[in-house]
Design a protein around this ligand. Structure first.
Ligand code: PLP
Length: 459
């Protein structure tokens, strides 16, 4: 590591050799865009190679939920690597860490869930759930029931099928996505409703009617599953409008459409409850987990299946032999050891209760400081998630020309003040998803700096 720290060629190597995800490749290679080479981190702060520090208001990519520098997790990873760095989980094999974590996940999952399959990323966990949805309907003798409905503005990953489930244009454009059989329905995004006169409840009823229409057009016996984050994340940090889930759930039940709750962001406490499904009263057939499972100390994800689904999967293997699905790194013991230590820390430090309390303070303070600003259309959030949406004309809900890049500009000014917020895709939206260990003094800094950044961006 010391060699790397002294290395003054890293900038050059970064531009010359490193293919970054979700990056303007040409600008980066030409050296036109800023880089940040992060060296270390502690608590809610990250630090670069020059010793500059930022308050990380987005917990990496809303994943470092317990905060940075937790030696309990680092020690658990080191101990596992020394004792057993790897063994696979195929054909009934396991490791102490993976089995223990499975039990801890199921102890925390809603009571009607049965088992957890471990992968590496949110994308691959959604891919696993997708395969299992198809397998389920094949075992039940419903080979036509295969289409999947997700929502515009949903984010479910960036693989071929998971990128198709994602309802954001930048993840489709020039990649020939979405692939069939994925269909998208109305985003539960009240602020961007077309009809000004609608109440939240009326808008929710319209979302439900749009879903009913889509199902009727396609034929209910061709629709396998509805894929949704309990609350929209990357699509804008948007809590569901009043009455939304109450209107959607009966439609899915009536047409025997499985519900897959993508809890990659909301799982393990981000809404101030263990799962977003509990938060909104959902009883999903599948739950996708990742980020908060290990607080990103090691890559690990999970696909949790319900008892109803599990019974059919067992029947499937009785009829067809072992399930043909697995990766070399499924249930990797180092990730599992990180998960065990992470879930213990969440409990011991009461971090989910802190996320609820401090998240409420963050949302209230942000609203107090900026809700009346003429270019802030909405301040919204839930738990430890908060967003501001910038608009050109507040009264008419007219948005800025995307070419002006107002959201990224505010995020840039905020970074100049040493606070990180995220310019979300699909609008001028500044998002916050801090670690759960955030304190009131950090909230005051985030809000104070955001006010200054909005001003510095010329709004
Ligand atoms: N699902 C949701 C709700 C997400 O927010 C993300 C990532 O942000 C994913 C899935 C994909 O997870 P990963 O980036 O680990 O593949």
């Amino acid at each position: 590591m010391d060699d790397l720290r002294r290395n003054d060629q890293l900038d050059e190597w970064d531009r010359g050799s490193f293919f970054h995800p979700s990056t303007h490749l040409a600008q980066h290679a030409r050296g036109e865009s800023p880089t940040r080479i992060v060296k270390t981190a502690s608590g809610v702060h990250i630090e670069d190679r020059d010793g500059q520090r930022w308050l990380d208001g987005f917990a990496g990519l809303y994943c470092v939920n317990v905060g940075y520098g937790r030696t309990e997790i680092a020690d658990a990873i080191a101990a596992q690597a020394k004792e057993l760095a790897y063994y696979h989980a195929y054909v009934g094999h396991g490791t102490e860490a993976a089995i223990t974590l499975a039990q801890m996940v199921m102890d925390r999952a809603p009571a009607h869930m049965s088992k957890v399959y471990f992968g590496l990323s949110g994308s691959d966990a959604n891919e696993t759930n997708l395969k299992l949805v198809w397998y389920y309907n094949n075992i039940l003798g419903r080979p036509e029931k295969k289409k999947i409905i997700s929502r515009w503005r949903g984010y479910h990953g960036s693989g071929l099928m998971t990128g198709s489930l994602t309802g954001l244009e930048m993840f489709h454009k020039k990649f020939d996505l979405p692939m069939t059989p994925v269909l998208h329905t109305t985003a539960p995004y009240y602020y961007r409703r077309e009809n000004d006169a609608q109440t939240e409840e009326q808008f929710s009823a319209q979302c439900a009617a749009d879903l009913e229409d889509l199902i009727a057009r396609e034929g209910a016996d061709t629709i396998a599953a509805f894929w949704a984050e309990p609350m929209l994340g990357t699509g804008g940090i948007v809590p569901p409008p009043k009455g939304y889930w109450e209107a959607i759930k009966p439609i899915l039940e009536r047409h025997e459409i499985l519900l897959v709750a993508d809890e990659v962001v909301t799982g393990f406490g981000r809404l101030g409850t263990m799962f977003g499904s509990e938060h909104y009263g959902l009883e999903p057939d599948f739950i996708t987990i990742a980020k908060g499972l290990t607080s990103a100390y090691a890559p690990l994800s999970g696909s949790i299946v319900s008892k109803k689904v599990w019974e059919v999967l067992e029947k499937g293997t009785d009829e067809n032999g072992p399930i043909g699905h697995g990766w070399t790194y499924s249930a990797h013991p180092i990730g599992a050891a990180a998960g065990v230590a992470n879930l213990k820390l969440l409990d011991e430090l009461g971090l989910i209760a802190n996320a609820a309390e401090i998240g409420a303070y963050l949302n209230a303070e942000m609203a107090r400081a900026l809700a009346d600003h003429p270019h802030v259309g909405e301040v919204r959030g839930e738990g430890m998630l908060c967003a501001l949406e910038f608009v050109e004309d507040k009264d008419r809900r007219r948005f800025f020309d995307p070419a002006r890049k107002i959201g990224p500009k505010v995020a840039g000014e905020l970074a100049n003040l040493h606070v990180i917020g995220r310019a979300m895709p699909g609008g001028d939206i500044l998002g916050f998803a801090p670690p759960f260990s955030l304190g009131r003094e950090h909230v005051d800094e985030i809000v104070g700096s955001t006010v200054k950044a909005v001003r510095a961006a010329g709004l």
